[in-house]
Design a protein around this ligand. Structure first.
Ligand SMILES: *Cc1c(COP(=O)(O)O)cnc(C)c1O
Length: 248
C-alpha cells in the first residue's frame, strides 16, 4: 500500500499551469514597476476571469489572488455567489446597462466602467438600497474614458469633456467612492500614447478630486506601458488564464 501523501499542485495540472502563468505575469509587473521606480508602490493585479469556470477562480484564490474581474453581470453574479466563502473582491469591468445596477451592487466591490450619468444614478440608488439591506461597504467607481480619436474603433467610455460632470456626480453620491479613471488602449494604436493621455486626464481630475487617484489601465498586451504611465490597477486575463472565444 502506498503512503498517504499531501495533495500537491502536481495533482491538478491546470493549477500548475495557472501558477506558472501567474508567476510570469507577476514577474512582468514587478520588473515594470522597478523600471518605473515604483517598486514601493506597485499596481494592484486584477485577474479577469470572464469565460473561465468558477474552478479556475478557486485556483487563483489558492494562489493568493484577492481581486478578480468580470464583464457580464449574469456570469459574474453566478460565480460570486458560488464562491462567496473565498472573500474575493469582484471588479466589474464591462459595459453595464443601468437595469443591471441592482444586481451588480450585490457582489461588486468596484465598477470600472461608469461612462454616463444614467448609469451613475442607477448605481447610486442601488448601492444605497443595498447598504440599507445588508450594510455593505461603499462601491468604488472608476469613470471609463474613451482614448479613441476615431469613433469608428470606439471601445466604450465617456469623452474627456464628460469626465468632470460624471466625477462630481459620483463624488456626491453617498455609498459611492470615486476611485479614478479606467481606459482600454484603442485597438491598433500605440498604448504608450494612449496611456499618456489617460495620465493627463487623471491629473486634471485630481485638481477637483484629489483622492480619485486610481488609474485602471493595462491588459495582457500592454501592461508594461500602463505601469510606466502610472496605472494603479491592472486588468489581466488571457496571459494568466489562456485564450477565450474572441467575441461575445
Ligand atoms: C477582458 C478584459 C480585460 C483582460 O484582457 P486580456 O487581454 O485578456 O488581459 C481587461 N479589461 C477589460 C475591460 C476586459 O474586458
Amino acid at each position: 500500500m502506498s503512503e498517504p501523501r499531501e495533495v500537491t499542485a502536481a495533482d491538478d495540472p491546470r493549477l500548475l499551469q495557472i501558477q506558472g502563468r501567474l508567476a510570469a505575469v507577476r514577474g512582468r509587473i514587478a520588473a515594470a514597476a522597478e523600471a518605473a521606480g515604483r517598486q514601493d508602490n506597485p499596481p494592484k493585479l486584477i485577474v479577469v476571469t470572464k469565460f473561465h469556470p468558477a474552478d479556475d477562480v478557486r485556483r487563483l484564490a489558492a494562489l493568493g489572488v484577492t481581486d478578480v474581474g468580470e464583464n457580464r453581470d449574469q456570469e459574474a453574479s453566478e460565480k460570486a455567489s458560488a464562491l462567496g466563502e473565498l472573500g474575493l473582491r469582484w471588479h466589474f469591468v464591462g459595459q453595464l446597462q443601468s437595469n443591471k445596477a441592482k444586481s451588480v451592487v450585490r457582489y461588486a466591490h468596484a465598477i470600472h466602467s461608469v461612462d454616463r450619468p444614467q448609469l451613475a444614478a442607477a448605481l447610486a440608488r442601488s448601492v444605497a438600497a443595498e447598504q440599507d439591506r445588508t450594510g455593505r461597504g461603499p462601491l468604488e467607481c472608476f469613470i471609463q474614458v474613451s482614448l479613441d480619436e476615431d469613433a469608428g474603433s470606439h471601445r466604450g467610455g465617456a469623452s474627456r469633456l464628460e469626465v468632470p460632470g460624471l466625477a462630481d456626480q459620483l463624488a456626491g453620491s453617498p455609498g459611492i467612492v470615486l476611485a479614478g479613471l479606467m481606459a482600454v488602449a484603442p485597438l491598433g494604436s500605440d498604448p504608450e500614447a494612449a496611456f499618456a493621455k489617460l495620465a493627463e486626464i487623471s491629473a486634471h481630475l485630481l485638481r477637483d478630486h484629489p483622492s480619485a487617484s486610481g488609474i485602471s489601465a493595462g491588459m495582457s498586451q500592454d501592461l508594461e506601458s500602463a505601469v510606466r504611465a502610472g496605472a494603479t490597477h491592472l486588468r489581466i486575463g488571457s496571459d494568466i488564464l489562456g485564450s477565450r472565444p474572441a467575441l461575445r
